[in-house]
Write a protein that binds this ligand. Sequence first.
Ligand code: G6P
Length: 610
Amino acid sequence: MCGIVGYIGKSKNVGDILLEGLKRLEYRGYDSAGIAIVRDGELFTDKMPGKIKKLEEVIGKQDLSGSLGIAHTRWATHGEPNRINAHPHYSADMKIAIVHNGIIENYITLKKSLIAEGCEFRSDTDTEVLAHLIERFYNGDDLEFAVQRALELVEGTYGILVVSASEPEKIVAARNGSPVVFGVGDDEYIIASDVAALLKHTRQVIYLEDQQMVVATPKHFTTMTVQNEYVEHHIHEIDWNLEQIEKGGFDHFMLKEIFEQPETIRNAMRGRLIDETGRARLGGLDMTVDEMLEVKRLVILGCGTSWHAGLLGEYMIEEKVRIPVEVEYASEFRYRNPVLEEGTIILAISQSGETVDTLAALREAKSRGVRCMGIVNVVGSTIARESNAGVYIHAGPEIGVASTKAFTSQISVLSLLALMFGRQRNISQSEGQKMIAALKALPDQVTQILEANDSIRDISEKYHKHDNFLYLGRGPNYPVALEGALKLKEISYVHAEGYPAAEMKHGPIALIDENMPVVIICPRDAAYQKIIGNINEVKARKGKIIAITTEGDDEIIKMADHVIFIPKTLDFLYPILTVIPLQLMAYHIAVMRGCHVDQPRNLAKSVTVE
Ligand code: G6P
């Protein structure tokens, strides 16, 4: 959730490098930020509540030169987001500084014993115990040793960077449960919680594993375990570029990412469809035909939007493959005692590949000997590395906290999975070919929907002051209703509920009056006639109806207050189209309400705490 970045190397402007890195990481957390630079054997440091911009305004006037430093952008877990609790945290003598992403679970016990020894704490954070522990073990010239001793005492998760004024040519990083990526540049090293902060300097990276650390000096580095055993490192090449993590003329990352969807959906399918045989190929799954036939049940795990994608996977895979699919919140799965009989496969869906609940659920399933596959966006992320096999969605970096393009790419990949497995069982070649033709038409169809952006903005304008919304859908468009409501909640702080349209009668219908906008997702699919009945029920109670339906549908025009048309596709693929107007509506309403679209309050892009 928090972002950390550190630098050591040839540059003399470490402050600028760290601030730039923090801005790239700000989507990971944005309630406070801080920086520490080691220069001439001294520690220069400052921190501020609020966004990076505020820190920059304050420290921008100071001397930020130097060649070694660390910085942090925070998403508060322990202690309110004020200046004192912002990172870095320091040793008592103010010579050691640490930034931390994660949670030290036994910090209360450690804090008590440190206080008993006379240690004075400045903050309410769990992190500060680490700073004091490192100080206790430090003799002034072996920072990595002191970090190792301190980490031995710690339970919990950490991605940390540590510097000491006494060793002005050394930075120590360690990881357990929170991502740390070590960028290998040309006479410089940059270390961060994700690659976005490194890209300007290098594309050569080493992903630290849990319980690993790296010690870097200006021209050399060593990777080892926190138990001090040397470990071989492998350098990976990142294929993202700087342009992808910039707004490219859009006002917000979210809008840019919504408009990228024709391309990202195309990328999710590229090279994976075989027209001649009507099949899909997902090489990363690494499964033989026999292995595919042995799969008896699929359990899909995810959180947030990825969980919604999972729900859609259930509709798609049960229909096309005819095997039972269960979808579960990763946070629930990990703490129950799920039945995982032979023939079950786990499918973990995660944009970031770092969501701690999804990762822990995956590990739990793996430890029970279940084959685990991942559908992940961030290449080299922990879930991608720890899955037995998997598929990348190739959506490129997603910076907006509210997920958009990752969602449509996830469901594109799930539809390929349904086709691939389905062709081994129930789907004929001609049906497979029909599905491929429909899949290939999607990017242009999404472009067509995006062209209606202005009219979607006009509809949003009419309703942006409303404080409650209801989203209804049936069949595969029910998860779309959930996702539409989630988008609105996340970025505009408007209360919105997604519901299966027919289930509305069992509660939400009581909320409907002339002030309730009801977004109804009702393309011309198998559920269409049924949902017309639900539309009438809303209409009878004077609810304001915003309908998303298939072009050419004259029937809906008579009933709805507003209609947004989408092109025709196969029933199971409608969600990839119907969600687009909902993303745009949420975006426009948030902008009109003056909300911070890319960094909504209290949220973080990558949730690395439970
Ligand atoms: C956070 C983000 C959501 C995302 C969810 C799961 O809540 O704000 O946009 O859907 O985490 O993240 P993941 O990276 O696992 O897909």
